[in-house]
Design a protein around this ligand. Structure first.
Ligand code: FAD
Ligand code: EPU
Length: 338
């Protein structure tokens, strides 16, 4: 195990923020991680676990240890005539896993194509896109306890998945490092093309009987048309969550703002498109110093180069205040602020 000192994290987070880790270790096996957790008193240290760094905003140096999870491997662990259980280790690139499932003809992950990051982080916020969430195919995960290196498993129910939520952002926060995830996939794929943009994209390509590959290609085309590529422009995807407000409040707002975009959520609640709210406050495409709200997706804050985490936080706060003032809605960050 090679523990390095004073390592720059600039290329390890998609915002491209320059922060320093006092100690850095790249982990390639579960066993190595178990040794690290059982021998190094990690529970008492300042820790940051990293996958692809595509959902973090670094606002400070990490005066402790950064543990990058690079455990690779995809395998089939069980199958029936209808289903297959696929285990992916935490360091696999998420989109590579999706492409693997598509190449094998297993349905379930195609709508989640091209989401950046690694498999191990996917359960943290129950990643979701285009009408599908991780929880729809999640079977169980394996995690190592930071306090003593023991291995635990969590079922779908135990993970308490919600919209951009899981137990790992609540009670279990900072207690486990996820090492593998098992998905239950379908050998006879049932497509989910309910998201309007997917239907439009399939129609543009003249596809009437889509395959999982067609759905994946449609999602890739939609995402590429509006989400900035972090390799070109630093960002961490949606900076804020779409707020869920009482439907009565939504109806009142709709009288004043007839174009407001909302979707049914839990009973009595409506999920509002935060990108629309932010755009209406005049932020879309606006640049403030080295940061700004993206020109095609106001929900995505970007680093034009050289921004600090604090600069991005400052912009985020100003945006939050303007949305609160105009709509009376308090939008909350989706990105993990470190
Ligand atoms: P990181 O950023 O490395 O980590 C995220 C959090 O998980 C941190 O708190 C970290 O400490 C923790 N963590 C990471 N790995 C582990 C582990 N093995 N065990 C325990 N904790 C861990 N998200 C969506 O849900 N839907 C989208 O459509 C979407 N689109 C995006 C588009 C763009 C352009 C970008 C840049 C991001 C987007 N995201 C989206 C956000 C991001 O891709 C996901 O949250 C992704 O799962 C993060 O993976 P990561 O490996 O980069 O996580
Ligand atoms: N909109 C605007 N202006 C904008 C952006 C969006 O008016 O600047 C409107 C759109 O016109 C559309 C609605 O808002 O009517 C929704 O937009 P979009 O389909 O782009 O999705 P989103 O709600 O902004 C969410 C997720 C994305 C995910 C997409 C697709 C959150 C916080 N974000 O974005 O996830 O890819 O849906 O399902 O839930 C991420 O988490 O990082 C992320 C990119």
């Amino acid at each position: 195990m090679n523990i390095q000192q004073h390592v720059s994290l600039k290329t390890l987070n998609t915002f491209g923020i320059d922060a320093i880790a006092s100690e850095f270790v790249d982990i390639h096996t579960k066993e190595e991680l178990m040794v690290l957790c059982s021998n190094f008193n990690l529970a008492e240290r300042n820790l940051l676990v990293l996958g692809g760094g595509s959902n973090v905003l670094l606002t400070r140096n990490v005066a402790g240890m950064v543990i990058k999870i690079s455990i690779k491997g995809i395998s089939i662990v069980d199958e029936t005539n209808d289903h297959v259980w696929v285990k992916a280790n935490a360091g696999e690139v998420w989109h590579d896993l999706v492409l693997w499932t598509i190449a094998h003809g297993y349905g379930g992950l195609e709508n989640l194509s091209l989401i950046p990051g690694c498999v191990g982080a996917a359960p943290m916020q129950n990643i979701g896109a285009y009408g599908v969430e991780l929880k729809n195919t999640f079977h169980e995960l394996e995690a190592v306890a930071i306090s003593d290196g023991t291995v635990h498993s969590f079922t779908n129910e135990q993970c308490r998945f919600g919209y951009r939520e899981s137990i790992f952002k609540q009670e279990a926060k900072g207690k486990y490092i996820i090492t593998a995830v098992v998905f239950k996939l379908n050998k006879h794929p049932q497509l989910n093309t309910s998201y309007g943009a997917i239907q439009q994209q399939l129609a543009v390509s003249n596809i009437t009987r889509p395959t999982i590959k067609d759905v994946s290609d449609a999602v890739i085309a939609i995402r590429s048309s509006k989400l900035p590529n972090p390799k070109v422009l630093g960002n961490a995807g949606s900076f804020f969550k779409n707020p869920e407000i009482p439907t009565s409040q939504f109806e009142t707002l709709k009288q004043q703002f007839p174009e407001i975009v909302g979707y049914p959520a839990a009973a009595g609640f409506t999920k509002v498109a935060a990108g629309w709210l932010i755009e209406q406050c005049g932020w879309k495409g606006k640049r403030v110093g080295n940061t700004g709200a993206h020109k095609d997706q106001a929900l995505v804050l970007v680093n034009y180069g050289g921004a600090t985490g604090d600069e991005i936080i400052s912009l985020a706060k100003t945006i939050q205040e303007s949305v609160l003032q105009k709509f009376g809605i308090n939008i909350q960050p989706e990105v993990n602020v470190i």
